[in-house]
Design a protein around this ligand. Structure first.
Ligand code: GLC
Length: 465
């Protein structure tokens, strides 16, 4: 065994020990992991278990055969889901799941206290939690073969409520989900309200999971039909209208505006002056492309958002050809998108007046910091899984090597700053659990690429393609 293999094994072992130390117990049962264990700063809510943060941890536990913690997590978080309609309508909608929860002890009694964004900074709505929960339930069922858990009446009801929340009639004409700003991993104001890609990719993933897990019976008939009916419109909408490559940029650049009626080519009335076409025409490579960040009336957000693009590959929301082009973009714009730590949460950063208006002058989200163009180690697992799904393992290996050289030295930082991600984030936590789990998960995929089977879905091919 050579020296670097031994070092990597040592690193893996260290990460695994750290991950195990983050486990939270409820009545002596493991039920989740804290978000971070940084002894040097006030915990705020980082001592809680976040649903989105637990996902990579859960996948590592599943791969390593520790299925019990994931089983308990799924059961306990399902109990926290909003089940009843509130008469004052001030409570969150039925089906919603909290961003995070913690175990509280009251007179010797332990209970779980959930945060639906009612305590979180900025009072942001955790739309993504219920979508991640479904993704994880499906992964658990695939790994363990335990369909009976998902088929239990409470679980079927939970899935129906999530789908009901996503698929019910609303003030919107699009097949995508309309959400407020900060409703996902980016949980601060970042100008992503509307129809952000991250939510759409997770919504599609949740639809796939629901289709696999909902039993075919009379009680589920309506929801099953609604799920089936949403696939095609959602896929067509995203693959067509969110897609950006040189060819599409050229079309948008020459768009006519103010078109009325069904035959309009520029359906969303995008004004080409609102598109950074000069930068984009230089940044896009011949065979690269990606899904844009958001789409609405006269609004196409051309920023590259990583979770949305990578989850579109894993779920099959992006077509196979688009998936290859997204990976080409990552490979050819490596310095911008991966740089010194895999990988950027979005690119490019908002600057000057855009930063002032769209973030509300948020100092934590200064250009190239935190959510505004920071680099997040947790994204390594999605990059690795997407690289394997598209047959590009060399990209995963290169990214993991970069991360392995720094993560331990930097005490498993939460995020990195700077245009190329060279600086440890200004307010970054140390010992951030999903940085540890993201690395371990990437390593597990590298050792056993078949594991991506329970994090991915087959590409859906619309009838007319
Ligand atoms: C930050 C991140 C969020 C994460 C939380 C806990 O708020 O923006 O995505 O879930 O920290 O790590």
């Amino acid at each position: 065994m050579n020296k670097s293999t031994t070092l990597r094994e040592h690193l893996n072992e260290q990460a695994w020990q750290l991950l195990k130390n983050t486990i939270i117990y409820h009545h002596n049962q493991p039920i989740g992991t804290v978000a971070a264990s940084d002894p040097t700063v006030e915990a705020l809510n980082y001592d809680q278990c976040f649903i989105r943060d637990f996902v990579p941890c859960a996948l590592v536990f599943l791969i390593r055969g520790n299925t019990e913690i994931v089983h308990n997590f799924l059961i306990q978080t399902l109990k926290l889901q909003i089940k009843e309609k509130q008469l004052d309508f001030l409570e969150p909608g039925r089906g919603l799941m909290p961003a995070s929860f913690k175990v509280v002890a009251d007179a010797g009694n332990q209970s779980l206290r959930a945060d639906f964004g009612d305590h979180a900074i900025g009072r942001v709505t955790p739309v993504d939690s219920c979508l991640w929960w479904l993704f994880l339930l499906r992964a658990y069922v695939k790994v363990t073969g335990d369909y009976t858990l998902a088929h239990q009446p409470e679980f079927q009801k939970g899935i129906r409520l999530i789908m009901g929340l996503c698929l019910s009639a609303r003030f919107d004409m699009y097949p995508t989900l309309l959400v407020p700003d900060g409703a996902c991993m980016i949980d601060r104001r970042m100008g992503i309200n509307g129809h952000p890609l991250e939510i759409q990719s997770l919504f599609y993933t949740a639809l796939c999971a629901a289709q696999e897990l909902l039993v075919n019976n009379a009680e589920n008939a309506d929801v099953n039909l609604a799920v089936t009916n949403r696939f095609q419109p959602l896929i067509n909408h995203i693959r067509r209208h969110y897609w950006l490559d040189l060819e599409r940029l050229n079309e948008i650049y020459r768009f006519k505006s103010e078109e009325y009626g069904e035959a309009a080519l520029n359906q969303f009335n995008i004004y080409s002056d609102s598109i950074p076409y000069d930068q984009l025409s230089r940044w896009l490579t011949e065979d690269g492309g990606y899904l844009a960040g958001n789409l609405g009336p006269s609004h196409l957000d051309c920023r590259f958002f990583t979770v949305g693009n990578l989850m579109a590959i894993l779920s099959g929301l992006a077509s196979e050809q688009q998936s290859q082009k997204i990976m080409n973009a990552i490979a050819q714009r490596w310095e911008d998108l991966v740089g010194c730590m895999p990988m950027k949460i979005c690119f490019p950063a908002l600057k000057y007046r855009d930063w002032e208006i769209l973030t509300g002058c948020d100092p934590k989200n200064r250009p190239w910091s935190y959510h505004n163009g920071g680099n997040w180690p947790v994204l390594l697992w999605m990059l690795t899984a997407a690289a394997y799904k598209t047959g590009r393992p060399e990209l995963a290996e290169k990214a993991i090597e970069i991360a392995a050289a720094r993560l331990e030295k930097d005490d498993w930082a939460e995020y990195y700053d700077g245009k190329n991600g060279r600086l440890v984030g200004k307010e970054s936590r140390k010992y951030q659990t999903w940085s540890i789990a993201g690395f371990l998960l990437a390593e597990e995929i590298l050792k056993n690429p078949d594991a991506i089977g329970f994090m991915t879905f087959k590409s859906y091919i619309p009838n007319h393609e």
